[in-house]
Design a protein around this ligand. Structure first.
Ligand code: FES
Length: 114
């Protein structure tokens, strides 16, 4: 379903608190959509800025995900590696409206060029 510039990716209850689901992008990078224990939603490219670990398989805690490969902590809000680690993964703007999750269409499609 179209909603202006936003892409409807389905109901919020498809993602349990503290987990993520992935969204394939044709010709682009996979997107990981996270739900925190507090019920916040965030979307990032599903690649750790260190060595491209699948962030969707990491542990979500607070506003962060711990990469499953080498345990870097990545901010879900900014995509930035925390502490001594340096790097940043692109964040996809996301909003929740009437219990559905929307991603900014231009940001999703922009991944195709990458
Ligand atoms: S690939 Fe994520 S911490 Fe190394």
């Amino acid at each position: 379903m179209m909603f202006g510039d936003w892409l409807d990716i389905g109901p919020v209850d498809q993602i349990a608190p503290g987990t993520a689901r992935t969204l394939p992008v044709v010709g682009g990078e996979e997107i990981a959509v996270f739900r925190t224990q507090n019920g916040e939603f965030h979307a990032l490219i599903n690649k750790c800025p260190h060595k491209q670990g699948p962030l969707s398989q990491g542990i979500v805690h607070g506003g962060m995900v711990t990469c499953p490969l080498h345990n870097w902590n990545i901010s879900l809000k900014t995509g930035e590696a925390q502490g001594e680690d340096k790097g940043c993964v692109p964040v996809i703007p996301l909003k929740v409206d009437a219990e559905r999750i929307y991603l900014l269409r231009a940001a999703v499609l922009g991944q195709r060029a990458a």
